[in-house]
Design a binder for this molecule. Sequence first.
Ligand SMILES: Cc1cn([C@H]2C[C@H](O)[C@@H](COP(=O)(O)OP(=O)(O)OP(=O)(O)O)O2)c(=O)[nH]c1=O
Length: 684
Amino acid sequence: MVLNPVISKLAGKLVVLASASPRRLEILRNAGLRFEVVPSWFKETLDKSLFKAPHEYAVETAKQKALEVARRMPFKHLKTPDIVIGADTIVTVDGMILEKPVDKDDAYRMLSSLSGKSHSVFTGVAIVLCHEKENDEVDYQLFAFYEETKVKFADLSENMLWEYINSGEPMDKAGGYGIQALGGMLVEYVHGDFLNVVGFPLNHFCKQLDLIYNHGAFSSEQETSPGSSSHNGTHASPTILTQSSPDTPAQSGHSNGSSAKHNPSAGQTRHTQSSPSASPVHKVKKNDGESEVGESSWTLVNSLSKHTDDRQAELVDSENAASLMTSRGPAMELNVTEHEGGEPRKEDLQRITELMDGFKASKALFTASKMCVFDLLQSRPGLDAAQVAEEIKASVKGTECLLEACESLGLLKSKERKCQKPVYENSGLASRFLLSDAPFSLQGYIQHCDKTVWPLFSHLEDAVREGSNQHEKAFGKKSKDMFQDTFYNSLDVKLRFMNAMHSIAKVTGQAVATAFDLSSFKTACDLGGCTGAMAYEFTKSYPGLSVTVFDLPAVVEMSEHFHPLRTDNRVSFVAGDFFNDDLPKADLYILARILHDWPDEKVHVLLSRVADACTPGCGLLLSEIFLDEDRGGPSRGLLQALSMSDGKQRSAAEYGLLLESHGFITAHIRHTDNLLDAMLCIKA
Ligand SMILES: Cc1cn([C@H]2C[C@H](O)[C@@H](COP(=O)(O)OP(=O)(O)OP(=O)(O)O)O2)c(=O)[nH]c1=O
């Protein structure tokens, strides 16, 4: 079996599948490959009109998915993979490229265009070999190919179509069908590799690996003349690209001889050796009919230092690096190389110092917020330290230190006044997030961190030793039920907690509400929706949607406090406990920052109750911080886990499995550029 010799070659190597597709994971796992899963953050938004043929689009998307993970891992996971595999499956009919449907109507459009017709399924596959060099640079050697399979659908009746669509199965599959499941009923015949339709052409992949590892087809040391052929007849048509300037990353080439696509975010790209004219696509006889075997090719993507600074990392692919840098925060890179003399590098010391002083910075922010420094300077900009001290009833010395510290953190700006005393005003950051009446005010959350999270973290060592929440040491009493006992048994604590949730929902609401097109849903129920801030964002984004906020009585009775001038009657509040009381009926259930509060067993109870309330086709929108699949980040989520509550931080795949066990099929996953990620599931 071709794969076995290859598998032995891969033993001990860090193999990464850059895909969230459960089908691809299953195909490769069943084939005995051992690998890590790191879903790609590459947004599949390449302009299809730039590609001469549909398979080129699939190959380029697969390349970008794999390269994004290969480039991200040294910074985010502090490890360089040996081989990264990316794939993209598309369905084509009548010249149209069909990807995953955005909603049920889109699925109907796709399936009715396939009814009674023969169509093609292309899967582009990219294999990125990462070669670490002495100077810590990394060479990316990129192999790419595609496989085509022909599929013929039977004539589909309207009833059959809608019955299939309402099963929910189409939502996370290209072309809106899954040949390996219910969708098999729609198919009259298949010509070519069946697994290629499911999402991964295993046989062609094996041949490619065999070419790479057993026939030495390519290595970064080896010069390969364009057009040389390998043992199995597939031509290698290398396109060697170098950067046109030190900080402009190269763009991977294309196997079919077309010039490398200009990557607007990477500036001009210059070929040093253009690939030969378009290599012929090979037709190979398959046991059950003919299918095209796409060209295999390799490209040496430019060397990129593992210690590339953030700016260059950001240039690597600005579109993705930007979302990487913003949605997940700056890459945590720890340069640990030593200078010749052995003394530590400035950047390393700076990084370690930042970590050591982090708590002081947090406390400075919390204190200035608590003492209303930002609100004061918003209404009266240009005060000096003595004037601020007088207003906030504090010492001049202490106020001077606090204002200088806040300026060093970018929260304030100062300018000299004629008597040489600096006067202060808010920075843009403070004006956007730190004023009590700012649209995205985080003041509520900051007070929650200061009064609730900070005391808990003061007992972190005990929490780590005991593996349990330190509520009793921090607040003098045990907490059986985190919400009932902790946050809702005294008015000021309850208001502070609700303020915190309100501020997070205000900042993240629009990004979550618009992560997917939810316009097909008419009613939603926001479980644990607290003050309704998220609900209002949903009704603002979808004029046809009404939202019921379902939360504990102690919460609902306070909702007026947050929306005194309630103008939108499409948001209503119903009091109840989602673990015990009947859930309001809706065709979309929202779980925003809820599941991470609970252990798996409680999550199963809740999801089982939601599933019982759902009819097939109902939506479930989950919004959380999705950990990377190897739990290498984002630190925001992993640091939150240190509060040692009964809850758990999870990756998208972990949430997907929990949801799938209650009949919710993951249709879409979105890493927003905001604090929360989102997943849309459909009830089967
Ligand atoms: C046509 C067809 C597609 N599919 C699936 C395979 C892919 O998972 C999906 C195509 O979407 P892709 O974008 O290729 O893959 P994905 O979004 O699932 O995962 P990722 O982008 O992270 O790699 O459709 C089937 O499962 N059965 C089928 O018959």
